[in-house]
Design a protein around this ligand. Structure first.
Ligand code: FE2
Ligand code: FE2
Length: 272
């Protein structure tokens, strides 16, 4: 876990390795959770769910988990819920911010403490003491419960899966500034868009633009995606790239032959 600090925002940066199928090079998907150091501290998502992860201990390097007041679950995919239940135990005053659908999805696996849930819909705002967090639905998403948020004090925008991109190296998946990735980030973002939001190929580009333009108009001071290195000073290219998603090449996953070819590389050399 890498920790990057940008003013009121701490990035808890992890990654998920994606093996190279069919001769393709391996990729590394950034997996970010965040702390917003508001008067009432906010944790935004809680990392990967594999057994080797200890999100609460990583968080404790940044602030006392007992001080967390809000846990904003942008959506309950497994790369976002890893530390959620331990954090709810460690942060007895924290409320779980989600949507009705998010609560419903979580309840298919866990007993959700309803008295600690705080339902927030796109278009509403959450008061966290010294600022308001405006809830919105990002242009690209992979869950009907997805929300993002805009901090009206600092202009930091948290976009959940939107704007994400798998990285060609571990170094780039853990960098603190997306500019280290260079121009290749656009193609990688469009690859991610087609993987994570395959429905985007069926939408009318003009109507899709109407979901991107309001974000652009907010003029965020920084953009924090769950799956992209931080964007400290977003330029227009960030939004222009997403606008290309409807026309991007649809993603087709590796097939069984590719999986078997990959598995064959795991066999001991002595078997040849
Ligand atoms: Fe997701
Ligand atoms: Fe995700």
């Amino acid at each position: 876990m890498q920790i990057h600090r940008f003013g009121d925002v701490t990035v808890l940066n992890d990654f998920a390795p994606v093996p190279g199928f069919g001769g393709a090079p391996p990729l590394f998907l950034p997996v970010n959770a965040f702390v917003l150091h508001a008067e009432q501290p906010v944790v935004i998502d809680t990392g990967l769910s594999t057994a080797d992860k200890d999100f609460v201990s990583a968080l404790a390097q940044v602030l006392d988990p007992a001080d967390v007041r809000w846990i904003w679950m942008t959506h309950p995919d497994r790369d976002h819920t890893g530390g959620l239940w331990k954090l709810l135990q460690a942060a007895p005053r924290a409320r779980l911010v989600t949507t009705f659908l998010g609560m419903g999805i979580m309840s298919t696996e866990w007993t959700v403490p309803l008295e600690r849930v705080f339902l927030l819909n796109p278009g509403e705002a959450l008061n966290v003491g010294d600022r308001r967090l405006h809830c919105f639905r990002p242009p690209l998403f992979d869950s009907p419960s997805t929300t993002g948020l805009l901090d009206d004090k600092t202009g930091a925008l948290f976009s959940s899966d939107c704007f994400g991109a798998p990285m060609p190296s571990l170094e780039l998946a853990t960098t603190s500034d997306v500019r280290a990735v260079g121009d290749q980030v656009r193609d990688l973002q469009l690859l991610w868009a087609s993987i994570d939001s395959p429905w985007v190929h069926h939408v009318d580009p003009a109507r899709f633009r109407a979901t991107v333009d309001p974000l652009r108009a907010w003029g965020a001071s920084a953009v924090f995606s769950s799956h992209l290195p931080p964007v400290p000073k977003p330029d227009d290219q960030l939004y222009e790239t997403v606008l290309l998603a409807p026309q991007a090449a649809p993603f087709v996953g590796p097939d069984q032959a590719a999986l078997e070819a990959l598995l064959a590389t795991f066999e001991p050399a002595a078997a040849i």
